[in-house]
Design a protein around this ligand. Structure first.
Ligand code: NDP
Length: 288
């Protein structure tokens, strides 16, 4: 059986890891990157260096893109013949840009899948890694095996924007939690503590969050906000303590002030006796 072929465009750390995973899996791999020099190891391992992005796309039915964002695809592939090609754009971006990119590719005769990669480059080709995919189901079905070489594909539906939507939902939780870690570290350091001092407790807090998500989701979906365990008024008082601990420590309070303001607005809107899940409707702009 002839080896399967794949093209990888964009050889940052992520694209290089993807091309390497395809080489490991026995694929014939064609690579292209805007700037020279990033494909040296891949070519030494047997990848073919395309002379242009158009040449790279012509080499394989399936092209995986790993670029800084969706707009980079227009520059890279603007002059390429995309008729009959399949593009799997695994570059991160916002859902609407993914939808526009799908239309752009389809107008040029290509099939288009969007991907949101849930792991760093070191996770590519590893057990337990996943990538959100959306786009036409038959295109996904035809190329699922190739996508699974990179990470277990998690199909999120036909809407081209959905892989990015799921990805960005994860990123909202990731970045706010990561910033919370830095905020806690700033307060810790201002009080003579180190990251090592607090990391066991950070791990405990992170583990605890799963229970809040899983326990709260059915109630939130049922629009049930009885404040049995965590009344918003109690949460708002706790958030004020957090803000003032930071202020008393002399560290920046910009993020915590915005945070406290949200809880204050929830109480002012009359939700004090309800669960803090009322804040979801407040964040959506619902009138109190
Ligand atoms: P890099 O920023 O290191 O690489 C970006 C790539 O995009 C480079 O190959 C760069 O080419 C290319 N590029 C940028 N602009 C253009 C353009 N206008 N035309 C053609 N090529 C262009 O990113 P990573 O490799 O780290 O990540 C790639 C994608 O994967 C990103 O969308 C990122 O969000 C996503 N991702 C990354 C993760 C990570 O941990 N690294 C984790 C999950 C997702 P050049 O070399 O010429 O600059």
């Amino acid at each position: 059986q002839a080896p399967q072929q794949v093209t990888v465009i964009g050889l940052g750390p992520m694209g290089r890891a993807m091309a390497a995973a395809y080489l490991d899996a026995g694929y014939e791999v064609t690579v292209w990157n805007r700037s020279p020099g990033k494909d040296t190891e891949l070519v030494a391992r047997g990848a073919r260096r395309a002379g242009s992005a158009a040449d790279a796309v012509a080499a394989s039915e399936l092209t995986v893109l790993s670029l800084i964002d969706v707009d980079a695809m227009y520059t890279a592939l603007g002059g390429a013949d995309l008729g009959g090609r399949v593009l799997a754009n695994l570059s991160s971006d916002v859902p609407d840009k993914a939808r526009a990119a799908a239309r752009w590719a389809q107008e040029r005769g290509a099939s288009y899948l969007t991907g949101g990669v849930n792991v760093p480059p070191t996770g590519i080709g590893q057990e337990g890694s996943s990538v959100f995919i959306s786009g036409p189901e038959e295109v996904y079905a035809a190329h699922r095996a190739a996508l699974d070489v990179l990470a277990a594909s998690d199909y999120r539906g036909a809407d081209a924007g959905y892989a990015q939507l799921y990805y960005q939902l994860n990123m909202i939780m990731f970045w706010t939690a990561y910033t919370g870690w830095y905020q806690a570290l700033a307060v810790a350091q201002a009080n003579g503590l180190t990251a090592a001092d607090i990391v066991p407790y950070a791990g405990y807090t992170a583990d605890t969050m799963r229970g809040f998500y899983e326990g709260g989701a059915p109630l939130i979906d049922a629009d049930a906000h009885e404040g049995t365990y965590e009344r918003l008024a109690m949460c708002a008082a706790s958030v004020e303590h957090v803000l003032h601990t930071a202020a008393d420590s002399g560290v920046d309070t910009g993020i915590l002030t915005a945070h406290a303001d949200l809880y204050r607005r929830g109480v002012a809107a009359g939700f004090g006796a309800d669960s803090s899940s009322r804040l979801v409707s407040l964040l959506r702009g619902a009138a109190p």
